[in-house]
Design a protein around this ligand. Sequence first.
Ligand SMILES: NC(=O)c1ccc[n+]([C@@H]2O[C@H](COP(=O)([O-])OP(=O)(O)OC[C@H]3O[C@@H](n4cnc5c(N)ncnc54)[C@H](OP(=O)(O)O)[C@@H]3O)[C@@H](O)[C@H]2O)c1
Length: 337
Amino acid sequence: MKAFVVEKYGKDGARVAEVAEPTVGGRDVLVKVSATSINPLDKMVRNGEFKQLLKYKTPFVLGHDVAGVVTQVGSAVRGFSVGDEVYARPRDLRIGGFAEFIAIDQDDVAPKPASLTLQEAAAVPLVALAAWQVLVDRAHVKPGQKVLIHAGAGGLGSTVIQLAKHLGATVATTARADSEKLVRSLGADVVVDYTKEDFSKVLSGYDLVLDSVGGANLEKSLTVLKPGGLAISVVGPPDAGFAKQLGAPSFMGAVMNILSRKVRKQAKSLGVRYEFFFMQANGSQLRKLGALYDSGKLRPVIDRTFPFGQTLEAMAYVEQGRTKAGKVVVAMVPDNG
Ligand SMILES: NC(=O)c1ccc[n+]([C@@H]2O[C@H](COP(=O)([O-])OP(=O)(O)OC[C@H]3O[C@@H](n4cnc5c(N)ncnc54)[C@H](OP(=O)(O)O)[C@@H]3O)[C@@H](O)[C@H]2O)c1
């Protein structure tokens, strides 16, 4: 089959190649991929930025989001049949969505939301799971709480805004002026143009900040929280919880605690909290999210769709920050949806 393969770690290490079809384990569904989407994580994994923690052995197929049709099920699979339209964020170390076929553990898969085309559904899993896990599992966002979501026009931010609004939060976001209309339509109540204004000078009393920018942006984010408020960063620095989540040896936890010591100390001195977050595959959460897409509470935001033969260009487009808003989809087959 055709796949987009990382042959060696690094910027020029990946290309479309012919590889063997995946073997299907007892708990796996084999999915004929209709579409995938690009996440910044793809670039990081290709570059080897995670190789101490996520030990992918080259050559391996890249790609963290999938929508497609089930063509085979393992002997222990329950609830999926050949012909089902599904979507998934395959678990770490079993990624490989940029391919004609992928075998995915049944626990990571959910039926595609009926209201979305396969290409639209491919834009959803990773960012929607991250949104759910940050807002619901970690921060327990309640109606009336004030939530600041950075980079609201991005693939992640555009999804988190919608879910935070659905949960009843008052939502502020940072975005360029030309994205203001979009982020307001997604549910943002307050929009700060990060190219013109310093959000930390105009926002205060927040229960939660989601940082996807890092560095000084994270440090400033701590100052807009109310006492006891929580800053969650999806870009780091990592903390010991991340090493534990990945099952890394305990010394890695100590290393990560050192990496995040400065920001945790800053948070403590301000009477607020800091946590790093890294999303996980979860098919049952994708089912709940699917219902929110089908009821119109959430919608995918798609910047552009590339054909599979242009996966390199699609990745470069995202890496160069050329997206105006939302996700970049890669279509394996034309969408009839
Ligand atoms: N840990 C996790 O589980 C997890 C999950 C999802 C994403 N992430 C990470 O989160 C980051 C964003 O992901 P994404 O999928 O949303 O990427 P994306 O689609 O490429 O979006 C990035 C967005 O950031 C905006 N931006 C850049 N600088 C900014 C600033 N200083 N203030 C506010 N916005 C700014 C860009 O807006 P302009 O184009 O207008 O500049 C763009 O809309 C990536 O680093 C990704 O790896 C982590």
